[in-house]
Design a binder for this molecule. Structure first.
Ligand code: TA6
Length: 304
């Protein structure tokens, strides 16, 4: 009698007939496949990583590189990487991986449910472990609650489960699927102050809507605003709503940086844009023991 596989255990404990099942996907990593009356979604349990959200009759709202690497210890290029507990380079140790460790570890499945409206929720978790302790000394309880209906809601809950305060920065580093970067206009950040990552975090101010004709890498600060990604080519606007986030990061690598990334196709900069729900730059969150902070992202589509 062979012992049940991780997939068998997940399906028996958390599977929901016709709504949620688990299977091995790319890189033999455990994936959750969610099907509702309104949309489908795919999540990688590894990295706590939403990969796809497809409202019925629409194109995927999320983008994943054709060159993405699905391998333990590596970050998946696309979808919604969970950037935690530091955004960007480690604040004082360049030997530590950029954008924290949460997107490079196996998470656990904690709960699943269908609500009265047919929305399916899946809760994934991550707590301190030997690998995290090697780069960050604190005890923590991280939860990702993903709810799939006609909109996608992603809640990132951070709890300080230790006995000393800790500070962190974070992002839901979302890659959105667009028709062509020249067709996209981002509304919601007009007149906003931002730090330009291409000029050593120089402070600047947004003039008008955000458009793209070169590499863009900006942390918009002090903004709780929703963003609308208007995409003429796909004849839709992707609506990005948030709470518990005071920064929005906008990134497109453009031509030269795209060529330098091994897990990113040379021309793929044309079909994606990152609008990231974050607390980054000078938006540092400090939690006392037993305190919890929640950052929420809601993604929806509005057809033209
Ligand atoms: O969010 C923008 C950014 O910080 C860019 O500077 C770029 O590095 C991007 O994240 C991707 O980072 P990654 O570590 O996933 O290659």
């Amino acid at each position: 009698m062979t012992s049940p596989s991780i997939i068998d255990v997940l399906n028996s404990q958390f599977g929901i007939n016709g709504r949620l099942h688990f299977e091995l996907g790319e890189g033999e990593l455990p994936m959750a496949k969610i099907t509702t009356e309104q949309a489908t979604a795919v999540l990688s349990i590894y990295a706590g990583h939403v990969l796809s959200f497809v409202p019925n009759g629409s194109d995927d709202l999320l983008w994943v590189s054709q060159e993405a690497i699905f391998q333990s210890g590596k970050a998946i290029r696309g979808g919604i990487p969970v950037i935690w507990p530091w955004f960007g380079p480690h604040p004082n140790d360049s030997t530590k991986s950029s954008h924290g460790f949460a997107r490079r570890q196996m998470w656990s499945v904690k709960a699943s449910m269908v609500d009265e409206n047919g929305r399916v929720s899946l809760t994934l978790g991550l707590t301190e472990n030997e690998a995290s302790k090697a780069v960050w000394s604190h005890d923590f309880d991280l939860e990702l609650v993903v709810t799939v209906g006609h909109v996608l809601t992603v809640k990132l809950k951070t709890t300080n489960s230790g006995d000393v305060p800790f500070s962190y920065t974070a992002a839901l580093h979302t890659y959105y699927n667009i028709s062509h970067i020249s067709q996209v206009v981002i509304h919601g950040l007009e007149n906003g102050a931002y730090l330009d990552n291409l000029e050593a975090h120089a402070s600047k101010q947004q003039v008008g809507f955000v458009r793209f004709d070169e590499e863009v890498d900006r942390i918009y600060i002090d903004t709780a605003a929703d963003c609308h990604i208007e995409d003429e080519g796909h004849k839709r606007t992707i609506v990005v709503e948030k709470s518990g986030s005071q920064s929005t990061v906008v990134w497109n690598p453009w031509i030269e940086k795209a060529k330098r990334m091994s897990d990113f196709g040379d021309n793929e900069y044309q079909e994606m844009v990152c609008v990231e729900t974050a607390n980054a730059g000078n938006e540092i969150i400090t939690l006392q023991p037993e305190e919890t902070a929640v950052m929420t992202l809601t993604i929806s589509e509005r057809k033209a």
